[in-house]
Design a protein around this ligand. Structure first.
Ligand code: MD5
Ligand code: FE
Length: 205
């Protein structure tokens, strides 16, 4: 018996058709050529993430020994993050018409063994805007609970083309990626999964 989806979760399975997925995957290839995937480490311990990351948009999320934060420059190249693709800005305007413009798009790359432990997203200055997530490539097992780590959680698969919006009460729900299902998609030439999370970071003026 699964816990109900927390209020404010909008799950849009298959929202992007195959041609939109392929178009986005192509644009992401150019983005990671300019802003290479890097492997973040946990604050304090320096333990490496199994997920590799990059960003596009004015701000990007990074994690290093000093902490989690958003910054305008790539931690390795020192260059600004590439601009947000128009298709992502359009998706945000379509699904979150009342929210201020997105400022950050975190690009998570999962190989077949990568995972992401249960956590809350709370490094933004404002939680008013939703988080918009797009899944591409291999499927993943997504786990989402409540506002405390102990709240009952439920799990479901995220497949290529699925879009997930977390708004209102679910914006601070604990969530994570339990596993990847290798070989479940042919979208990405070398396999793996990409998850994009579009966010507003700063308070709108
Ligand atoms: C992923 N990414 O698939 C996961 C889940 C992250 C992250 O968790 O922080 O990069 S994407 C779905 C998601 C994103 C943000 C918030 C919530 C779910 N949520 O509050 O449930 O790479
Ligand atoms: Fe998260």
């Amino acid at each position: 018996p699964q816990a109900p989806l927390p209020e404010g979760v909008r799950f849009l399975p298959g929202h992007l058709d195959l041609s939109a997925q392929a178009d986005l995957a192509e644009q992401l290839r150019a983005i990671v050529a300019e802003a290479p995937l890097f492997r973040p480490v946990m604050p304090k311990t320096g333990k490496p993430f199994s997920v590799r990351m990059s960003n596009c948009g004015p701000l990007g999320w990074v994690s290093d020994i000093r902490g989690y934060r958003y910054q305008p420059l790539h931690p390795v190249t020192g260059k600004p993050w590439p601009p947000l693709p128009d298709v992502l800005k359009d998706l945000w305007r379509e699904l979150a018409p009342d929210a201020p413009e997105p400022e950050a798009c975190l690009i998570n790359f999962y190989d077949g063994t990568a995972r992401m432990g249960l956590h809350q997203d709370r490094d933004e200055e404002t939680f008013e805007a939703p988080v918009l997530s797009v899944s591409l490539g291999d499927s993943a097992l997504f786990r989402i609970g409540g506002l405390t780590r102990k709240d009952p959680a439920r799990s479901f698969r995220l497949n290529s083309g699925d879009v997930l919006l977390l708004e209102g009460p679910s914006r601070l729900a604990f969530h994570g990626i339990g596993r990847i299902y290798p070989g479940t998609s042919t979208l990405l030439k070398n396999g793996g999964r990409i998850n994009l999370t579009l966010r507003r970071v700063t308070k709108p003026a």
